[in-house]
Design a protein around this ligand. Structure first.
Ligand code: ATP
Length: 140
Protein backbone atom coordinates (compact mmCIF):
# COMPACT_ATOMS: atom_id res chain seq x y z
CA UNK A 1 0.00 0.00 0.00
CA UNK A 2 1.31 3.47 -0.81
CA UNK A 3 2.10 6.01 1.88
CA UNK A 4 -0.61 8.18 3.34
CA UNK A 5 0.12 11.81 4.09
CA UNK A 6 -1.47 14.52 6.20
CA UNK A 7 -0.58 18.19 5.90
CA UNK A 8 -1.48 20.59 8.71
CA UNK A 9 -1.57 24.28 7.78
CA UNK A 10 -2.45 25.35 4.27
CA UNK A 11 -0.37 28.48 3.74
CA UNK A 12 1.77 28.72 0.60
CA UNK A 13 4.16 25.99 1.76
CA UNK A 14 1.62 23.53 3.17
CA UNK A 15 -0.80 23.81 0.27
CA UNK A 16 2.02 23.35 -2.23
CA UNK A 17 3.27 20.19 -0.44
CA UNK A 18 -0.28 18.81 -0.24
CA UNK A 19 -1.11 19.50 -3.88
CA UNK A 20 2.15 18.06 -5.16
CA UNK A 21 1.72 14.82 -3.17
CA UNK A 22 -1.84 14.51 -4.45
CA UNK A 23 -0.69 15.13 -8.03
CA UNK A 24 1.81 12.31 -7.47
CA UNK A 25 -1.20 10.08 -6.69
CA UNK A 26 -0.77 9.79 -2.93
CA UNK A 27 -3.63 10.04 -0.47
CA UNK A 28 -3.47 13.41 1.26
CA UNK A 29 -5.56 14.74 4.10
CA UNK A 30 -5.19 18.50 4.51
CA UNK A 31 -6.09 20.22 7.77
CA UNK A 32 -6.45 23.90 8.58
CA UNK A 33 -8.16 25.86 11.32
CA UNK A 34 -9.29 28.47 8.81
CA UNK A 35 -12.45 27.77 6.79
CA UNK A 36 -11.28 29.96 3.87
CA UNK A 37 -8.10 27.93 3.49
CA UNK A 38 -10.22 24.76 3.39
CA UNK A 39 -12.37 26.19 0.59
CA UNK A 40 -9.27 27.15 -1.41
CA UNK A 41 -7.83 23.63 -1.22
CA UNK A 42 -10.89 21.42 -1.26
CA UNK A 43 -10.38 20.29 -4.86
CA UNK A 44 -6.63 19.68 -4.77
CA UNK A 45 -6.34 16.97 -2.08
CA UNK A 46 -8.13 13.75 -1.11
CA UNK A 47 -9.76 15.13 2.06
CA UNK A 48 -9.76 18.66 3.40
CA UNK A 49 -10.80 19.14 7.02
CA UNK A 50 -11.27 22.17 9.22
CA UNK A 51 -9.74 21.47 12.63
CA UNK A 52 -7.46 22.93 15.28
CA UNK A 53 -4.37 20.75 15.36
CA UNK A 54 -3.60 21.77 18.95
CA UNK A 55 -6.79 19.97 19.99
CA UNK A 56 -5.86 16.40 20.89
CA UNK A 57 -9.45 15.16 20.64
CA UNK A 58 -9.76 16.56 17.10
CA UNK A 59 -6.50 14.89 16.03
CA UNK A 60 -7.64 11.56 17.47
CA UNK A 61 -11.01 11.86 15.74
CA UNK A 62 -9.20 12.36 12.42
CA UNK A 63 -7.25 9.15 12.99
CA UNK A 64 -4.01 11.06 12.59
CA UNK A 65 -1.89 8.19 13.95
CA UNK A 66 -2.78 6.10 10.91
CA UNK A 67 -0.91 8.44 8.57
CA UNK A 68 2.64 7.49 7.63
CA UNK A 69 3.87 11.06 7.38
CA UNK A 70 2.43 14.25 8.85
CA UNK A 71 3.74 17.62 7.66
CA UNK A 72 3.26 20.51 10.08
CA UNK A 73 3.25 23.65 7.96
CA UNK A 74 2.15 26.18 10.57
CA UNK A 75 4.59 29.07 10.26
CA UNK A 76 3.88 32.21 12.24
CA UNK A 77 2.28 30.62 15.28
CA UNK A 78 5.27 28.90 16.89
CA UNK A 79 3.22 27.84 19.90
CA UNK A 80 0.66 26.05 17.71
CA UNK A 81 3.48 24.43 15.73
CA UNK A 82 5.15 23.09 18.90
CA UNK A 83 1.91 21.92 20.53
CA UNK A 84 0.85 20.17 17.33
CA UNK A 85 4.21 18.42 16.97
CA UNK A 86 4.21 17.13 20.55
CA UNK A 87 0.64 15.84 20.20
CA UNK A 88 1.51 14.04 16.96
CA UNK A 89 4.50 12.45 18.68
CA UNK A 90 2.44 11.34 21.66
CA UNK A 91 -0.24 9.92 19.39
CA UNK A 92 2.40 7.75 17.74
CA UNK A 93 2.86 9.35 14.31
CA UNK A 94 6.00 7.79 12.88
CA UNK A 95 7.33 10.55 10.63
CA UNK A 96 6.72 14.20 11.48
CA UNK A 97 8.13 16.89 9.18
CA UNK A 98 7.84 20.44 10.50
CA UNK A 99 8.40 23.88 9.03
CA UNK A 100 10.43 26.10 11.39
CA UNK A 101 10.57 29.86 11.74
CA UNK A 102 14.07 30.07 13.21
CA UNK A 103 16.92 28.03 14.71
CA UNK A 104 15.54 27.99 18.23
CA UNK A 105 12.17 26.82 16.99
CA UNK A 106 13.96 24.05 15.05
CA UNK A 107 15.92 23.03 18.16
CA UNK A 108 12.73 22.70 20.20
CA UNK A 109 11.07 20.72 17.40
CA UNK A 110 13.92 18.20 17.27
CA UNK A 111 13.91 17.88 21.08
CA UNK A 112 10.22 17.01 21.14
CA UNK A 113 10.55 14.42 18.42
CA UNK A 114 10.27 15.96 14.96
CA UNK A 115 11.79 13.63 12.36
CA UNK A 116 12.83 16.46 10.05
CA UNK A 117 12.71 20.23 10.28
CA UNK A 118 12.63 22.38 7.16
CA UNK A 119 13.16 26.07 6.45
CA UNK A 120 11.48 26.43 3.05
CA UNK A 121 12.85 29.85 2.13
CA UNK A 122 16.38 29.10 3.33
CA UNK A 123 16.46 25.62 1.79
CA UNK A 124 15.11 26.85 -1.54
CA UNK A 125 17.55 29.79 -1.58
CA UNK A 126 20.48 27.41 -1.10
CA UNK A 127 19.14 25.11 -3.80
CA UNK A 128 18.72 27.93 -6.31
CA UNK A 129 22.27 29.15 -5.61
CA UNK A 130 23.71 25.66 -6.16
CA UNK A 131 21.77 25.23 -9.36
CA UNK A 132 22.92 28.61 -10.66
CA UNK A 133 26.55 27.48 -10.53
CA UNK A 134 26.01 23.87 -11.60
CA UNK A 135 25.62 23.39 -15.34
CA UNK A 136 23.17 20.87 -16.84
CA UNK A 137 20.72 21.02 -13.99
CA UNK A 138 17.21 20.48 -15.19
CA UNK A 139 15.26 21.41 -12.08
CA UNK A 140 15.53 24.57 -9.98
P1 ATP B 1 3.39 30.28 4.25
O1 ATP B 1 4.67 31.09 4.33
O2 ATP B 1 3.61 28.86 3.90
O3 ATP B 1 2.30 30.94 3.47
P2 ATP B 1 3.11 31.00 6.99
O4 ATP B 1 4.47 30.77 7.47
O5 ATP B 1 2.66 32.45 6.77
O6 ATP B 1 2.81 30.16 5.70
P3 ATP B 1 0.85 30.72 8.63
O7 ATP B 1 0.01 31.53 7.69
O8 ATP B 1 1.18 31.25 9.96
O9 ATP B 1 2.16 30.24 7.94
O10 ATP B 1 0.15 29.31 8.87
C1 ATP B 1 -0.13 28.46 7.82
C2 ATP B 1 -1.53 27.92 8.01
O11 ATP B 1 -1.63 27.23 9.25
C3 ATP B 1 -2.64 28.98 7.99
O12 ATP B 1 -3.53 28.67 6.93
C4 ATP B 1 -3.30 28.82 9.35
O13 ATP B 1 -4.73 28.97 9.28
C5 ATP B 1 -2.94 27.39 9.74
N1 ATP B 1 -2.97 27.16 11.19
C6 ATP B 1 -2.48 27.98 12.15
N2 ATP B 1 -2.73 27.46 13.35
C7 ATP B 1 -3.38 26.28 13.16
C8 ATP B 1 -3.93 25.27 14.02
N3 ATP B 1 -3.83 25.37 15.35
N4 ATP B 1 -4.54 24.21 13.47
C9 ATP B 1 -4.64 24.09 12.12
N5 ATP B 1 -4.16 25.00 11.26
C10 ATP B 1 -3.55 26.09 11.76
Amino acid sequence: MSKQFAVIGLGRFGSSVAKELYDLHYEVMAIDINEERIQENVNVVTHCVQADSTDETALKALGIRNFDVVVVAIGQNIQASILTTILLKELGVETIVVKAQNQLHAKVLYKIGASKVVFPERDMGARVAHNLVTPNILDY
